[in-house]
Design a binder for this molecule. Sequence first.
Ligand code: 5CA
Ligand code: ZN
Length: 408
Amino acid sequence: MRSWPTCDVPRLPGRGPALALFDTAQGEVRVTDPGPTAGLYVCGITPYDATHLGHAATYLAFDLVQRVWRDGGHAVRYVQNVTDVDDPLLERAAHTGENWMSLAEREIELFRADMTALRVLAPEDYIGAVESVPELAEAITALLAAGAAYPVGEDIYFDVTSSPQFGYESGYDRDTMLSLFAERGGDPEHAGKRDPLDSLLWRGNRPGEPFWDTALGKGRPGWHIECSVIALNQLGMGFDVQGGGSDLIFPHHEHSAAHAEALTGTAPFAKHYVHAGMIGLDGEKMSKSRGNLVLVSKLRMGGVDPMALRLALLDGHYRADREWTGGRLPSAEARLRRWRSAVDLRSGPPAEELLAQVRAALADDLDTVRALAAIDRWVELAAGAGGHDTAAPVLVRQLVDALLGIDL
Ligand code: 5CA
Ligand code: ZN
C-alpha cells in the first residue's frame, strides 16, 4: 500500500560509528553489523484508532536506527506492515457499525499524516495484511506440508515444537509465556490444540467475518504469520533488526520468528530483536483498549509544533517505560526555542566536537538523553559567550536534522 512522503536527510561531514543496540534475544547491547544495505522491519499499526504518543515514540526510536545507519554509510531497506484485518479492528467496526475497511483506511491515512508531520522516514515497503493474503496462504500451506502446522476444525495452528529454538527471542519461562499469551490475543485454552502455546495461523470463516477463499479454504490470516511472511519475503532470513514495542516481545515476535524459522529450516529470523519501552499515562500503558490516549493528531490540531513533540519524546531513553506528563511539552517547546535562536546566530562556538558527541551517544544504544544534553551545552555557549565559527550554526542545524530528525 501507499507509504507516506519521506524527508531528505542532510549528509554530514565524515561518517558516524557503528550502531550498537540492545538485543532482547541475547539480553545485551551488541554492535549491529549491516552490509551495504541494512534490513529493518518494524511492526506497524492495527488501524482502528489514531496514532497515540506510544506509537509515535516507538516509530521515532526506529527512525533514529535508520538515521544512525545512514550516517554510518549504509543504505536502509525499511519494511513496515499494517495489520488491516484482525480481531481488534473487526470488533471496533462491529461496535460502531462502521465498515471495517473504511475504518482501517481512515486511520491509516491519519497515521500517514502524523508520521509525515513528525518527520519519520517512510518505509519503502508499507504492506497490509489484506494485500498479502495470497503469500500468507502459500506460507501456511508450506507449514502444513512440513508438518509444522495442523488443522483444528476449520482453523490452522502452528506447532511450537516444530521450531527447535522456540523461546530464544523472549527468553521467557513457560509460565510467563502462558500468561502473556492469554493476555495478548492468544488462546491457550482453545480445545484441540497440541500445545497451549500453539498459535493461530489461519482462522476459518465465521458468519459475519470477512474471508478470503484460498487453497486453505475460506478464512483469514492470523497475526504473527503476517509479520513473519512480509519480513521474510521482503528482507529474507537473517535481516538486521526486527523492531516494535516491548509488548510485542511475546508472543508476537517469538511466533513470527518461529514461523519463519520453521518455514526455511534456518535461524535466526533477525539478527537483532529491538524493543521500545511503553509510554504510559497515569500509571498505565497508553493503549487503545484502555482508552487513555494522547493522540498525535489532536495535539497537532491544537497547534502543537510536531518538532516540539518529537523533541519531547526523544527526551527519554527509548527502552525505558516512561510516563507522559503535561509538563513534557512546554519544556520541549522552550528547548526548541533555545535551539532555534542559537542556530539563527551568524556564528557560534566550533561544532565538530558536538557532532562527534552526538554521534557517539546515538551509536551507544540510541542514548538520546546524552545527545540532547550535548546540544544544550553548545546552545548555551552560543547564546552566552558566543563564538566566531560562522560554519557552526549551519553544522548544528544539519546534525540536528540528520541525526535527530528535528527541523530547526
Ligand atoms: N499491528 C500490531 C503489530 S504487527 C500492533 O501491535 N499494532 S498497535 O497499533 O497496537 O501498535 C503499533 C506499535 O506501537 C507496536 O510496535 C507497539 O508495540 C507500539 N505501541 C503500542 N502501544 C504503545 C505504548 N503505549 N508505548 C510504546 N509503544 C507502543
Ligand atoms: Zn508485527
